[in-house]
Design a protein around this ligand. Sequence first.
Ligand code: FUB
Length: 326
Amino acid sequence: MDKKTKPNEPIVTHLFTADPSAHVFEGKIYIYPSHDLDHDGPTNDNGDQYAMEDYHVLSMDNFDSPCVDHGEALHVRDIPWAKQQLWAPDAAFKNNKYYLFFPARDKDDIFRLGVATSSAPEGPFTPQENYIPGSYSIDPAVFVDEDDRAYIYFGGLWGGQLEKWQTGEFLSDAEGPELTEPALGPRIAELSEDMLTFKESPTEISIIDEDGNPILAGDEERRFFEGAWVHKYNDYYYLSYSTGTTHKIAYAISKAPQGPFTYKGTILNPVIGWTTHHSIVQFEDKWYLFYHDCSLSDGVDHKRSVKYTEITYNADGTIQTIDPYK
Ligand code: FUB
């Protein structure tokens, strides 16, 4: 694709892409999306329609440039422990290396998180032999703080299996909490220096309201569903995430990477398609939201396209809500 990209339009149209994790590496914008397959198989709440097999890394020199597809960066056939479903990935740079973090189902059909390394931001990436010990569920997002400590955030309900890990073990019949109980939060673990293992057992993040009460499982407008992302702005950590069944990108803020995070509002109103998944990145002096929708496929939930738009902070640090179609 050699056309320059435009806000709120697919950044590529030759592939279906989703779940964009955007980063500025080597002065350019690199996007690590899922690569949706163009198939017409059945759809269910388990997410079997999201049958992705590989990753392509995309990049743009700046927001006036075309988007370049760097080709296949990693394929499920090359990941020894993984069986299927390469869902939303993220990337990080540390130790002079690039790391690709990704979820996939293992041979027992349990979602785990893997890591692969490369000397270049576009890959190709070489996966580790095994998944990260102690990892589970989906949607890894890695935040490397100013002190160089790296944290991985992860988790997702329903097809993402987070409900099944409430005891610390995988219980295939486990359901989520009662609607009047605190909602399940995303998990966090600090990563080891080499970025390949957890330094500690993952803990649950608490998302609370302005009065300090936990957001409840029945509060579907505000509770965490999947797709955690963390960025830092004016010394606050911003945790943003999908509310799933209400299709919003919501956010909460904290003074610490582990939270608790106080709910603040909606960043992105619902897009065309069931899922919504995003990332937030600063490029030069502006901030951008990368997101996806299903407009290019006329609303087929598992054929999505990555787009971007600028975000605006208010003077008090809150983020103005974006309507994707205005
Ligand atoms: O792309 C598959 C799944 O759909 C992701 O892991 C979720 O965040 C949702 O976007």
